[in-house]
Design a protein around this ligand. Structure first.
Ligand SMILES: [Zn+2]
Length: 160
């Protein structure tokens, strides 16, 4: 029996004027961006929480506190790379991550593969091991009203 662990992650951020929209490390052209202490990359944050959760190592806030100046405006893909190193130190390698981004607009289909590539590179994975998908909320709730974006992720780890 292989020593494997699964984790889940969820994140959401509010849209705000005058912010860049960074999703899975890709800057997507839009009239608003997501607000947050770092680059507010909701896709990468959900993936990080799934990875840390699988290893039982807390969450993104434990590792990168949002009241620390060190992480102000941080590139979340760099945080993901740090998480990968932390996992390795604890004897884990990543089998895959799978993220579903939920937002009403903009349409991100043309950026989906770039997001997978960015996350894969940050985590030392092949692109097929770093899946990013997107859906809308069919006009319902805060995401449907365009107030923010959310992401949910799963990750699988195996003992090195
Ligand atoms: Zn976040």
């Amino acid at each position: 029996m292989a020593d494997i662990r699964v984790g889940i992650g969820y994140d959401c951020h509010r849209f705000a004027e005058g912010r860049r929209l960074v999703l899975g490390g890709v800057e997507v052209p839009h009239d608003k961006g997501l607000a947050g202490h770092s680059d507010a990359d909701v896709v990468t944050h959900a993936a990080i929480d799934a990875l840390l959760g699988a290893a039982g190592l807390g969450d993104i806030g434990t590792h990168f506190p949002d009241d620390s100046e060190q992480w102000q405006g941080a590139d979340s893909l760099e945080l993901a790379s740090e998480v990968k190193e932390t996992l390795e130190k604890h004897g884990w390698s990543i089998v895959n991550v799978d993220v579903t981004l939920i937002l009403e607009s903009p349409r991100i289909s043309e950026y989906r593969e770039l997001m997978s590539m960015g996350i894969a590179k940050a985590l030392g994975l092949e692109i097929e091991q770093a899946s990013v998908k997107a859906t809308t909320n069919e006009g319902m709730g805060f995401i449907g009203r365009g107030e923010g974006a959310g992401a949910i992720a799963t990750a699988l780890l195996e003992r090195q």
